[in-house]
Design a protein around this ligand. Sequence first.
Ligand code: GAR
Length: 218
Amino acid sequence: MDKSFNYIISPEISEFRKFSPNLKIGILASGEGTNFQELINLSENNKLDIDIKVLITNKEDAGCIKRAKDANIPCKIIKEKDFVQKELFESEMIKILMSFDVELVVMAGWMKIVSSFFVSKFKDKIINIHPSLLPSYKGSSAIKDALSNGSKITGCSVHFVDKEVDSGSLIIQAALQVLKNDNIETLSKRIQILEHKIFPLAISHAGYFIREKSMDSY
Ligand code: GAR
């Protein structure tokens, strides 16, 4: 356990599943990409058996782009406003993900809602990370909402994506205490540390589920 603060992770998994060949994943991200970077590092150090085949981002100035370039990961920037309909935008994303033959679609700070059309193309093969203990604080201001509601405990969740926003079966959660003097910055920082712990575990176990169609590990 990290000595600087107390937290709880459930389920209590700490080992990665082994994949041979590596699990092929596609990343969707809109932001800085620290979670994406964690996956790059674990993959490069051969700790997590994944091949990150492609990054798709909808923001041309997103920090995740440089991280993809530095790691030689193909990066596709596509913006919904360049398409006449959301379905065409999502069709382009689907085309890209399928062209890389990805087994698991990983939303790593993807700040757009996907439609049931997109979800149906990758049924039970999309996971998302969210900075709250779902089902509390869905939406784009989860950490701010936890603070303004006076929550005493919050955290982060990784879940399979279904057609409702920030819903779908939970894979793993991490909980921490909200401190009296916390602000968005301090709380985000601690949540981010936990995100970097649980996200790779969730990918590994979701990948196992997809390959083996079994949740025996739970
Ligand atoms: C993460 O905190 C993630 O939980 C959140 O975006 C951040 C991305 O950080 N996702 C959502 O809010 C999705 N609803 P990163 O770009 O540094 O990985």
